[in-house]
Design a protein around this ligand. Structure first.
Ligand SMILES: Cc1cc2nc3c(=O)[nH]c(=O)nc-3n(C[C@H](O)[C@H](O)[C@H](O)COP(=O)(O)OP(=O)(O)OC[C@H]3O[C@@H](n4cnc5c(N)ncnc54)[C@H](O)[C@@H]3O)c2cc1C
Length: 437
């Protein structure tokens, strides 16, 4: 048993012991052992959730990464059935040369199918594709009382809806059937446009979002005054040139954890200013492989180690469209006032395609994600202020990224949380759920 699994933010730093799962039968025997010991556990994919939602309350996880087989792949219809531990990277290796692409992809390809369903992940195409759960036909799940169940919109529909975005609490997902999307190229035409402030972001987003498959913006969250929220807006589309290649560019590895964080006020200011100014022209256009555009952070393996021993926290919220501009300004002003900042601040419009998932995070509006080095006192103060702004605006935080939200805040922003609690398999419990439910 390995004893060193953490979440991606490495905060809270609570190492997890893992039982390795290779086959569905292993799930059954491990869950039986959990019942015998009157204990709980939790499925763990590739640990790309930042906070404590992928940490078991018991600190004993079931590592699903080796249950990674493709069961069937129909090259005509693009319907694929695969075990839950397979990663988006592994799926892409097989689907792309056949002209099929994952329908929704988060900002990293190192997530498992089980993790994509359990957090109902969204990507740069949320405005026109919705979340991952919108593309799931069915899945098989193991529940300690009922055994293996097949779920879809028609079969056990309540369990289907509770499991998509259900944070791994409703059972162990064994396999998933979902629909890939057709592509005529794995290359992507990317257009980057600089904007001077948050008002200009809204103009660009209104102008381009509906006409392009992928859109995303990076924001310099340290800029102030008339440049508050300046950044770079990107829109992108697959080409139509029949170039269908799996990308696997060379990766750099951040080799070990350092005792201190490389992210401090000096490096933050320099990076944000450098990144904004590294694009000389106000607009540029380029053709790139899908990996560089969709998964830029995957170029540095284990980049989370640069935050040092204490780790970091991501604050990701979604706020409704109404008053969105003012709320975003308030958030950014609060961050600069608290003398805090983030390397990676990602802003994107979220669309109105409704997910089947009861606890799915996105609502129509704007999603903002920011990374903060872990500093207990200053993060506590800042997050309390940001939580209040988001809450008053009718927005909410993303459980996949969270390590701090209060019980009250979570329960009022996800009023249907108790439906998932009612469907929870009582052998499964995460640190997050223990904290908020
Ligand atoms: C660089 C980076 C960029 C990201 N960008 C985005 C983004 O753009 N959009 C977005 O939505 N997310 C994003 N994320 C978050 C990430 O996509 C999610 O946290 C995802 O769920 C992680 O998948 P995982 O396989 O690592 O699962 P884990 O983090 O290990 O687990 C996540 C949840 O899934 C459950 N789970 C895993 N496997 C199973 C299973 N077989 N059965 C039942 N439950 C299971 C776990 O219990 C847990 O609740 C990003 C993360 C990183 C590191």
């Amino acid at each position: 048993m390995k004893n060193s699994y953490l979440s991606w933010g490495r905060y809270p730093n609570i190492p997890q012991k893992a039982e390795i799962i290779y086959w569905p039968n292993n799930v059954i025997s491990k869950i039986n052992a959990v019942i015998e010991n009157n204990d709980t556990t939790l499925a763990y994919g590739l640990g790309r959730s930042y906070g404590d939602s992928c940490l078991a309350n018991s600190n004993n996880i079931l590592n699903m990464q080796n249950m990674d087989r493709i069961i069937s792949f129909d090259k005509q219809s693009g319907i694929i059935v695969a075990q839950s531990g397979i990663s988006i990277e592994q799926i892409s290796k097989i689907s792309i040369p056949n002209g099929w692409f994952v329908p929704v992809s988060p900002g990293t390809k190192y997530v498992t199918l089980g993790g994509a369903v359990a957090n109902d992940v969204h990507g740069k195409n949320h405005h026109n594709a919705g979340t991952f759960g919108c593309h799931v036909n069915s899945f098989k799940i193991y529940r300690s009382k009922e055994g293996i169940l097949e779920c879809s919109e028609n079969l056990h529909p309540e369990l289907f809806k509770a499991t998509i975005g259900g944070l791994g609490l409703t059972g162990i997902i064994l396999q998933v059937e979902f629909r890939l999307k057709k592509i005529n190229s794995s290359r992507i035409q990317v257009n980057n446009i600089k904007f001077n402030n948050i008002d200009e972001f809204f103009e660009l987003s209104n102008l381009h979002d509906n006409n392009h498959e992928y859109t995303v913006s990076w924001i310099d969250c340290l800029s102030q005054g008339k440049n508050l929220g300046r950044g770079i807006y990107s829109y992108a589309d697959h080409l139509d040139d029949n170039f269908l290649e799996f990308s696997n560019s060379k990766k750099i590895n951040f080799p070990f954890e350092i005792p201190f964080s490389l992210v401090n006020s000096f490096t933050l200011k320099s990076f944000n200013s450098f990144y904004y100014n590294s694009q000389f022209k106000s607009k540029n256009s380029k053709i790139t492989d899908y990996e560089s555009f969709l998964y830029p952070l995957d170029k540095i393996l284990n980049w989370n180690r640069m935050y040092g021993k204490k780790g970091f926290e991501q604050f990701q919220c979604v706020i409704p469209k109404t008053n969105g501009k003012q709320v975003l300004k308030d958030i950014l002003k609060t961050i600069t006032k608290c003398n805090n900042g983030s390397f990676l601040s990602v802003l994107k419009q979220t669309g109105d395609i409704v997910s089947p998932g009861i606890l799915s995070f996105p609502i129509p509006g704007y999603s903002l994600a920011l990374d903060f080095p872990q500093k207990s006192n200053s993060n506590d103060v800042l997050f309390r202020k940001l939580d209040q702004i988001v809450h008053e605006a009718g927005g909410r935080l993303y459980p996949a990224k969270d390590a701090h939200v209060s019980k009250l805040n979570f329960q009022s922003s996800y009023p249907n949380w108790h439906k998932v609690e009612n469907m929870r398999d009582k052998t499964l419990m995460s640190k997050f759920w223990e904290r908020v439910a």
